[in-house]
Design a protein around this ligand. Sequence first.
Ligand SMILES: C[S@@+](CC[C@H](N)C(=O)[O-])C[C@H]1O[C@@H](n2cnc3c(N)ncnc32)[C@H](O)[C@@H]1O
Length: 427
Amino acid sequence: MSFDFFIPCPRGLEAALAAELAEIATRHLNGAPFTAGAQVPGGVHFRGGWAAGMAANLHSRIASRVLLKIAHRPYRSEQDIYALALEQRWEQWFSARETLRVDVTAIKSPLRSLEFTTLRVKDAICDRLREVSGERPNIDTSAPDVRVFAFLTATDCTLYLDTSGEPLFKRGWRLDKGAAPLRENLAAGILRLTGWTAGTPLYDPMCGSGTFLAEAAQVALNIAPGVERRFGFEKLKQYEAKTWQTLKAAAMDAKHAARASRSDLQIFGSDISGDMLIKARANFERAGLSAVSLKQVDARGMAPPSSEPGILVANPPYGERIEVRGRNARGELRETRENRDDDSFRRVQEEAPDSEFFKALGDALKQRFTGWHAFILTSDRKLPGQLRLRESTKTPLFNGALECRLFRFDLIAGSVRQRPANDTPAA
Ligand SMILES: C[S@@+](CC[C@H](N)C(=O)[O-])C[C@H]1O[C@@H](n2cnc3c(N)ncnc32)[C@H](O)[C@@H]1O
Protein backbone atom coordinates (compact mmCIF):
# COMPACT_ATOMS: atom_id res chain seq x y z
CA MET A 1 0.00 0.00 0.00
CA SER A 2 1.34 3.45 -0.91
CA PHE A 3 0.64 6.86 0.62
CA ASP A 4 1.32 10.47 -0.29
CA PHE A 5 3.74 12.10 2.14
CA PHE A 6 4.80 15.71 2.52
CA ILE A 7 8.05 16.51 4.29
CA PRO A 8 8.45 20.09 5.50
CA CYS A 9 12.00 21.45 5.92
CA PRO A 10 13.70 24.81 6.56
CA ARG A 11 13.13 27.03 3.52
CA GLY A 12 16.09 26.96 1.17
CA LEU A 13 16.86 23.28 1.79
CA GLU A 14 14.22 21.70 -0.47
CA ALA A 15 16.66 20.43 -3.13
CA ALA A 16 19.06 19.16 -0.44
CA LEU A 17 16.16 17.30 1.21
CA ALA A 18 15.05 15.76 -2.11
CA ALA A 19 18.61 14.51 -2.72
CA GLU A 20 18.79 13.13 0.83
CA LEU A 21 15.46 11.29 0.42
CA ALA A 22 16.66 9.67 -2.81
CA GLU A 23 19.78 8.48 -0.94
CA ILE A 24 17.68 7.11 1.93
CA ALA A 25 15.55 5.16 -0.57
CA THR A 26 18.65 3.64 -2.16
CA ARG A 27 20.43 2.82 1.10
CA HIS A 28 17.62 1.72 3.40
CA LEU A 29 14.55 0.65 1.43
CA ASN A 30 15.69 -2.49 -0.40
CA GLY A 31 13.38 -1.78 -3.31
CA ALA A 32 10.32 -0.87 -1.18
CA PRO A 33 8.11 1.63 -3.03
CA PHE A 34 9.36 5.23 -3.14
CA THR A 35 8.58 7.85 -5.78
CA ALA A 36 10.07 11.32 -5.52
CA GLY A 37 7.52 14.11 -5.88
CA ALA A 38 7.53 17.86 -6.36
CA GLN A 39 9.71 20.26 -4.39
CA VAL A 40 7.67 23.23 -3.15
CA PRO A 41 8.79 26.18 -0.99
CA GLY A 42 9.27 24.69 2.48
CA GLY A 43 9.12 21.00 1.66
CA VAL A 44 9.13 17.98 -0.62
CA HIS A 45 6.36 15.58 -1.64
CA PHE A 46 6.90 11.86 -2.14
CA ARG A 47 4.87 8.71 -2.55
CA GLY A 48 5.74 5.48 -0.83
CA GLY A 49 4.78 2.71 1.55
CA TRP A 50 5.10 2.71 5.34
CA ALA A 51 8.71 1.61 5.04
CA ALA A 52 9.52 4.83 3.15
CA GLY A 53 7.67 7.00 5.68
CA MET A 54 9.41 5.32 8.62
CA ALA A 55 12.84 5.38 6.96
CA ALA A 56 12.42 9.12 6.26
CA ASN A 57 11.65 9.70 9.95
CA LEU A 58 14.61 7.63 11.10
CA HIS A 59 17.23 8.72 8.55
CA SER A 60 16.41 12.20 7.27
CA ARG A 61 18.63 14.85 8.83
CA ILE A 62 16.99 17.73 6.95
CA ALA A 63 13.26 16.96 7.38
CA SER A 64 11.27 18.86 10.01
CA ARG A 65 8.47 16.26 10.02
CA VAL A 66 7.00 13.49 7.86
CA LEU A 67 3.31 14.14 7.18
CA LEU A 68 0.95 11.55 5.72
CA LYS A 69 -1.72 12.98 3.45
CA ILE A 70 -5.25 12.03 4.51
CA ALA A 71 -7.49 14.23 2.34
CA HIS A 72 -7.42 17.13 -0.10
CA ARG A 73 -10.34 19.19 -1.44
CA PRO A 74 -11.27 22.74 -2.46
CA TYR A 75 -13.02 24.78 0.26
CA ARG A 76 -14.81 28.06 0.62
CA SER A 77 -15.74 28.17 4.30
CA GLU A 78 -14.90 26.72 7.70
CA GLN A 79 -17.95 24.50 7.24
CA ASP A 80 -16.41 22.90 4.12
CA ILE A 81 -13.28 22.13 6.13
CA TYR A 82 -15.36 20.71 9.01
CA ALA A 83 -17.19 18.46 6.53
CA LEU A 84 -13.93 17.25 4.96
CA ALA A 85 -12.45 16.39 8.37
CA LEU A 86 -15.67 14.71 9.55
CA GLU A 87 -15.67 12.38 6.51
CA GLN A 88 -12.22 10.94 7.20
CA ARG A 89 -11.87 7.55 8.84
CA TRP A 90 -9.67 8.77 11.72
CA GLU A 91 -10.75 5.68 13.70
CA GLN A 92 -8.50 3.63 11.38
CA TRP A 93 -5.50 5.51 12.74
CA PHE A 94 -6.21 6.27 16.40
CA SER A 95 -8.91 5.96 19.05
CA ALA A 96 -10.53 8.40 21.47
CA ARG A 97 -8.06 7.20 24.11
CA GLU A 98 -5.21 9.05 22.35
CA THR A 99 -4.76 12.76 23.05
CA LEU A 100 -4.97 15.07 20.04
CA ARG A 101 -3.53 18.36 18.79
CA VAL A 102 -4.57 20.15 15.61
CA ASP A 103 -2.51 22.82 13.82
CA VAL A 104 -3.58 24.89 10.83
CA THR A 105 -1.23 26.77 8.53
CA ALA A 106 -2.45 28.92 5.67
CA ILE A 107 -1.09 30.81 2.71
CA LYS A 108 -3.48 33.40 1.25
CA SER A 109 -6.54 31.76 2.81
CA PRO A 110 -9.68 33.90 2.62
CA LEU A 111 -10.85 32.59 6.02
CA ARG A 112 -10.93 35.18 8.76
CA SER A 113 -9.73 33.21 11.77
CA LEU A 114 -7.22 30.36 11.72
CA GLU A 115 -7.98 29.79 15.39
CA PHE A 116 -11.64 29.16 14.59
CA THR A 117 -10.67 26.91 11.67
CA THR A 118 -8.41 24.92 14.02
CA LEU A 119 -11.36 24.49 16.39
CA ARG A 120 -13.58 23.28 13.54
CA VAL A 121 -11.04 20.64 12.44
CA LYS A 122 -10.65 19.49 16.04
CA ASP A 123 -14.47 19.38 16.49
CA ALA A 124 -14.86 17.33 13.31
CA ILE A 125 -12.30 14.73 14.42
CA CYS A 126 -13.81 14.53 17.93
CA ASP A 127 -17.36 14.30 16.51
CA ARG A 128 -16.27 11.54 14.13
CA LEU A 129 -14.67 9.48 16.90
CA ARG A 130 -17.67 10.02 19.18
CA GLU A 131 -20.00 8.81 16.40
CA VAL A 132 -18.06 5.58 15.94
CA SER A 133 -16.96 4.89 19.54
CA GLY A 134 -19.11 7.00 21.84
CA GLU A 135 -16.02 8.82 23.18
CA ARG A 136 -14.21 12.06 22.34
CA PRO A 137 -10.42 12.31 22.54
CA ASN A 138 -8.85 14.82 24.93
CA ILE A 139 -6.84 17.73 23.57
CA ASP A 140 -3.21 18.06 24.65
CA THR A 141 -1.29 20.89 23.04
CA SER A 142 2.09 20.19 24.68
CA ALA A 143 2.65 16.42 24.37
CA PRO A 144 -0.18 14.97 22.28
CA ASP A 145 -0.25 11.33 21.16
CA VAL A 146 -1.54 12.33 17.72
CA ARG A 147 -1.11 15.51 15.69
CA VAL A 148 -3.22 16.52 12.71
CA PHE A 149 -2.14 19.34 10.41
CA ALA A 150 -4.43 21.24 8.05
CA PHE A 151 -2.78 23.22 5.28
CA LEU A 152 -4.85 25.85 3.50
CA THR A 153 -4.09 27.61 0.24
CA ALA A 154 -6.39 30.25 -1.22
CA THR A 155 -8.63 27.50 -2.58
CA ASP A 156 -7.68 24.05 -1.21
CA CYS A 157 -7.47 22.31 2.13
CA THR A 158 -5.14 19.35 2.76
CA LEU A 159 -5.35 17.28 5.94
CA TYR A 160 -2.23 15.49 7.14
CA LEU A 161 -1.58 13.03 9.93
CA ASP A 162 1.82 13.64 11.49
CA THR A 163 4.01 10.53 11.67
CA SER A 164 6.92 12.19 13.51
CA GLY A 165 5.59 13.41 16.88
CA GLU A 166 8.21 15.75 18.30
CA PRO A 167 9.77 17.72 15.41
CA LEU A 168 12.61 15.78 13.80
CA PHE A 169 15.32 18.35 14.62
CA LYS A 170 15.00 16.98 18.16
CA ARG A 171 17.42 14.09 17.91
CA GLY A 172 16.90 12.95 21.50
CA TRP A 173 20.45 13.53 22.77
CA ARG A 174 20.70 17.27 23.34
CA LEU A 175 20.92 18.03 27.04
CA ASP A 176 22.16 21.54 27.01
CA LYS A 177 21.24 24.00 24.35
CA GLY A 178 23.71 26.83 24.82
CA ALA A 179 22.70 30.38 23.99
CA ALA A 180 21.59 30.24 20.37
CA PRO A 181 21.91 26.73 18.97
CA LEU A 182 21.10 26.08 15.36
CA ARG A 183 18.36 23.58 14.75
CA GLU A 184 19.92 20.26 13.92
CA ASN A 185 18.09 19.93 10.60
CA LEU A 186 19.26 23.36 9.43
CA ALA A 187 22.85 22.51 10.43
CA ALA A 188 22.63 19.17 8.60
CA GLY A 189 21.24 20.87 5.48
CA ILE A 190 24.04 23.45 5.53
CA LEU A 191 26.63 20.67 5.82
CA ARG A 192 25.15 19.09 2.71
CA LEU A 193 25.27 22.44 0.88
CA THR A 194 28.98 22.78 1.72
CA GLY A 195 29.67 19.51 -0.11
CA TRP A 196 31.54 18.17 2.94
CA THR A 197 32.02 14.41 3.00
CA ALA A 198 33.33 12.20 5.78
CA GLY A 199 37.15 12.17 5.90
CA THR A 200 37.54 15.81 4.78
CA PRO A 201 38.62 18.06 7.69
CA LEU A 202 35.71 20.06 9.11
CA TYR A 203 36.21 22.99 11.51
CA ASP A 204 33.67 25.18 13.34
CA PRO A 205 35.60 27.96 15.14
CA MET A 206 32.46 29.28 16.94
CA CYS A 207 30.93 25.92 17.65
CA GLY A 208 28.74 26.79 20.67
CA SER A 209 26.87 23.66 21.69
CA GLY A 210 28.38 21.86 18.69
CA THR A 211 25.44 21.34 16.34
CA PHE A 212 27.42 21.28 13.06
CA LEU A 213 30.04 19.00 14.62
CA ALA A 214 27.53 16.52 16.06
CA GLU A 215 25.66 16.26 12.75
CA ALA A 216 28.90 15.75 10.83
CA ALA A 217 30.24 13.17 13.29
CA GLN A 218 27.01 11.20 13.06
CA VAL A 219 27.22 11.25 9.26
CA ALA A 220 30.85 10.08 9.41
CA LEU A 221 30.00 7.30 11.84
CA ASN A 222 26.84 6.28 9.99
CA ILE A 223 24.61 6.95 13.03
CA ALA A 224 20.96 7.55 12.08
CA PRO A 225 19.68 10.92 13.38
CA GLY A 226 16.54 9.33 14.85
CA VAL A 227 18.08 6.30 16.52
CA GLU A 228 17.79 7.80 20.03
CA ARG A 229 14.15 8.91 19.80
CA ARG A 230 10.59 7.74 19.36
CA PHE A 231 8.17 8.71 16.60
CA GLY A 232 4.50 9.64 16.32
CA PHE A 233 3.71 6.65 14.09
CA GLU A 234 4.53 4.31 16.99
CA LYS A 235 1.27 5.51 18.59
CA LEU A 236 -0.87 4.91 15.49
CA LYS A 237 -3.07 1.81 15.11
CA GLN A 238 -1.56 0.92 11.79
CA TYR A 239 2.05 1.08 10.84
CA GLU A 240 4.22 -1.82 9.80
CA ALA A 241 5.66 -2.78 13.17
CA LYS A 242 7.79 -5.60 11.75
CA THR A 243 9.34 -3.43 9.06
CA TRP A 244 9.97 -0.78 11.73
CA GLN A 245 11.76 -3.30 13.95
CA THR A 246 14.02 -4.27 11.03
CA LEU A 247 14.82 -0.62 10.19
CA LYS A 248 15.45 0.26 13.85
CA ALA A 249 17.58 -2.85 14.49
CA ALA A 250 19.84 -1.99 11.54
CA ALA A 251 20.20 1.59 12.86
CA MET A 252 21.01 0.31 16.38
CA ASP A 253 23.65 -2.07 14.96
CA ALA A 254 25.27 0.82 13.08
CA LYS A 255 25.28 2.92 16.27
CA HIS A 256 26.95 0.15 18.27
CA ALA A 257 29.54 -0.34 15.54
CA ALA A 258 30.21 3.42 15.66
CA ARG A 259 30.82 3.31 19.43
CA ALA A 260 33.41 0.61 18.88
CA SER A 261 35.15 2.43 16.00
CA ARG A 262 38.28 4.40 16.82
CA SER A 263 38.43 6.33 13.56
CA ASP A 264 40.01 9.78 13.40
CA LEU A 265 37.02 11.82 12.32
CA GLN A 266 38.95 14.99 11.36
CA ILE A 267 36.08 17.00 12.91
CA PHE A 268 37.19 19.96 15.02
CA GLY A 269 35.48 22.67 17.02
CA SER A 270 36.46 25.65 19.11
CA ASP A 271 34.72 28.49 20.93
CA ILE A 272 35.83 31.35 23.11
CA SER A 273 33.51 30.21 25.88
CA GLY A 274 34.61 27.40 28.16
CA ASP A 275 30.98 27.02 29.33
CA MET A 276 29.86 26.36 25.78
CA LEU A 277 32.54 23.73 25.30
CA ILE A 278 31.40 21.94 28.47
CA LYS A 279 27.87 21.90 27.04
CA ALA A 280 29.12 20.67 23.68
CA ARG A 281 31.10 17.86 25.32
CA ALA A 282 28.07 16.75 27.37
CA ASN A 283 25.99 16.66 24.18
CA PHE A 284 28.60 14.67 22.27
CA GLU A 285 28.92 12.22 25.14
CA ARG A 286 25.19 11.54 25.06
CA ALA A 287 25.21 11.22 21.28
CA GLY A 288 28.11 8.73 21.45
CA LEU A 289 30.51 11.12 19.69
CA SER A 290 33.55 11.40 21.92
CA ALA A 291 35.93 11.50 18.91
CA VAL A 292 35.18 15.19 18.14
CA SER A 293 38.12 17.41 19.08
CA LEU A 294 37.32 20.67 20.98
CA LYS A 295 39.50 23.62 22.09
CA GLN A 296 38.93 26.99 23.75
CA VAL A 297 40.13 29.59 21.22
CA ASP A 298 39.20 33.15 20.26
CA ALA A 299 38.23 32.82 16.60
CA ARG A 300 40.45 35.78 15.69
CA GLY A 301 43.48 33.76 16.73
CA MET A 302 42.31 30.52 15.12
CA ALA A 303 44.64 28.32 13.09
CA PRO A 304 43.84 25.34 10.86
CA PRO A 305 43.34 22.25 13.04
CA SER A 306 44.54 19.83 10.35
CA SER A 307 47.47 19.63 7.95
CA GLU A 308 45.13 19.15 4.97
CA PRO A 309 42.77 22.01 4.07
CA GLY A 310 39.08 21.35 4.49
CA ILE A 311 35.72 22.97 5.15
CA LEU A 312 35.22 25.69 7.75
CA VAL A 313 31.60 26.26 8.78
CA ALA A 314 30.18 28.63 11.37
CA ASN A 315 27.29 30.76 12.40
CA PRO A 316 28.90 33.66 14.22
CA PRO A 317 27.21 35.68 16.93
CA TYR A 318 24.85 38.29 15.55
CA GLY A 319 22.68 41.13 16.72
CA GLU A 320 20.33 40.77 19.64
CA ARG A 321 20.54 37.05 20.23
CA ILE A 322 24.21 36.62 20.98
CA GLU A 323 27.14 38.97 20.92
CA VAL A 324 30.75 38.75 19.87
CA ARG A 325 33.06 38.14 22.81
CA GLY A 326 36.73 38.55 23.53
CA ARG A 327 39.21 41.40 23.65
CA ASN A 328 38.78 44.34 21.29
CA ALA A 329 41.62 46.13 19.53
CA ARG A 330 42.36 48.10 22.72
CA GLY A 331 42.71 44.85 24.67
CA GLU A 332 39.43 45.33 26.56
CA LEU A 333 37.20 42.37 27.27
CA ARG A 334 33.57 42.30 26.19
CA GLU A 335 30.73 40.70 28.07
CA THR A 336 27.58 39.07 26.73
CA ARG A 337 24.03 39.67 27.90
CA GLU A 338 23.72 35.91 28.54
CA ASN A 339 26.82 35.67 30.72
CA ARG A 340 26.86 38.71 32.93
CA ASP A 341 27.70 36.47 35.89
CA ASP A 342 30.69 34.95 34.08
CA ASP A 343 33.78 36.51 35.73
CA SER A 344 35.90 36.40 32.60
CA PHE A 345 33.77 38.99 30.85
CA ARG A 346 33.33 42.59 31.86
CA ARG A 347 30.93 44.98 30.16
CA VAL A 348 32.95 47.57 28.26
CA GLN A 349 32.35 50.23 25.64
CA GLU A 350 28.78 49.95 24.40
CA GLU A 351 29.96 51.40 21.09
CA ALA A 352 32.52 48.61 20.40
CA PRO A 353 31.87 47.69 16.77
CA ASP A 354 31.47 44.04 15.78
CA SER A 355 33.16 45.05 12.53
CA GLU A 356 36.46 45.00 14.43
CA PHE A 357 35.84 41.32 15.24
CA PHE A 358 34.85 40.44 11.68
CA LYS A 359 37.83 42.27 10.16
CA ALA A 360 40.14 40.22 12.42
CA LEU A 361 38.24 37.04 11.51
CA GLY A 362 38.65 37.85 7.81
CA ASP A 363 42.38 38.44 8.35
CA ALA A 364 42.68 35.03 10.07
CA LEU A 365 40.93 33.38 7.13
CA LYS A 366 43.08 35.14 4.52
CA GLN A 367 46.38 34.64 6.31
CA ARG A 368 46.07 31.13 7.71
CA PHE A 369 43.36 29.18 5.86
CA THR A 370 44.72 28.97 2.32
CA GLY A 371 43.08 26.13 0.44
CA TRP A 372 40.05 26.00 2.77
CA HIS A 373 36.46 26.70 1.81
CA ALA A 374 34.65 28.73 4.47
CA PHE A 375 30.86 28.75 4.80
CA ILE A 376 29.33 31.32 7.11
CA LEU A 377 25.64 31.57 7.97
CA THR A 378 24.43 34.98 9.02
CA SER A 379 21.45 37.29 8.81
CA ASP A 380 23.86 40.17 8.21
CA ARG A 381 24.20 40.76 4.47
CA LYS A 382 27.16 43.05 5.05
CA LEU A 383 29.30 40.19 6.35
CA PRO A 384 31.57 39.84 3.27
CA GLY A 385 32.37 43.57 3.46
CA GLN A 386 33.13 43.28 7.16
CA LEU A 387 35.43 40.29 6.54
CA ARG A 388 37.00 42.15 3.57
CA LEU A 389 36.41 39.01 1.51
CA ARG A 390 34.39 38.50 -1.63
CA GLU A 391 31.99 35.57 -1.49
CA SER A 392 31.89 32.92 -4.24
CA THR A 393 28.23 32.15 -3.63
CA LYS A 394 25.46 33.18 -1.27
CA THR A 395 22.47 30.95 -0.60
CA PRO A 396 19.30 32.29 1.03
CA LEU A 397 18.21 30.13 3.97
CA PHE A 398 15.75 30.58 6.80
CA ASN A 399 16.77 30.06 10.42
CA GLY A 400 13.19 29.82 11.72
CA ALA A 401 11.62 33.09 10.57
CA LEU A 402 14.99 34.84 10.27
CA GLU A 403 16.15 35.26 6.67
CA CYS A 404 19.85 34.43 6.42
CA ARG A 405 22.53 33.93 3.78
CA LEU A 406 25.05 31.11 3.66
CA PHE A 407 28.15 32.85 2.27
CA ARG A 408 30.88 30.76 0.67
CA PHE A 409 34.46 32.00 0.56
CA ASP A 410 37.06 30.07 -1.43
CA LEU A 411 40.42 30.78 0.16
CA ILE A 412 42.52 29.77 -2.81
CA ALA A 413 46.28 30.48 -2.67
CA GLY A 414 47.18 33.79 -4.29
CA SER A 415 43.63 34.53 -5.39
CA VAL A 416 41.67 35.24 -2.23
CA ARG A 417 39.09 37.67 -3.46
CA GLN A 418 39.17 40.73 -1.25
CA ARG A 419 36.50 43.37 -1.10
CA PRO A 420 36.72 46.86 0.31
CA ALA A 421 34.84 47.49 3.57
CA ASN A 422 32.45 50.00 2.00
CA ASP A 423 31.55 47.73 -0.96
CA THR A 424 27.73 47.54 -0.83
CA PRO A 425 26.51 43.95 -1.10
CA ALA A 426 23.79 42.85 -3.48
CA ALA A 427 20.72 41.23 -1.90
C1 LIG B 1 25.36 31.75 17.29
S1 LIG B 1 26.43 30.91 18.41
C2 LIG B 1 26.86 29.44 17.58
C3 LIG B 1 25.87 28.37 17.86
C4 LIG B 1 26.30 27.01 17.42
N1 LIG B 1 26.36 26.89 15.96
C5 LIG B 1 25.33 25.97 18.00
O1 LIG B 1 24.61 25.39 17.24
O2 LIG B 1 25.28 25.84 19.22
C6 LIG B 1 27.90 31.83 18.33
C7 LIG B 1 29.03 31.31 19.18
O3 LIG B 1 30.15 32.16 18.99
C8 LIG B 1 30.88 32.15 20.20
N2 LIG B 1 31.79 33.34 20.18
C9 LIG B 1 31.53 34.63 20.46
N3 LIG B 1 32.66 35.38 20.31
C10 LIG B 1 33.65 34.54 19.93
C11 LIG B 1 35.03 34.69 19.64
N4 LIG B 1 35.63 35.88 19.70
N5 LIG B 1 35.74 33.58 19.29
C12 LIG B 1 35.16 32.34 19.23
N6 LIG B 1 33.84 32.14 19.52
C13 LIG B 1 33.11 33.22 19.86
C14 LIG B 1 29.85 32.20 21.27
O4 LIG B 1 30.40 31.72 22.51
C15 LIG B 1 28.77 31.28 20.69
O5 LIG B 1 28.93 29.97 21.16
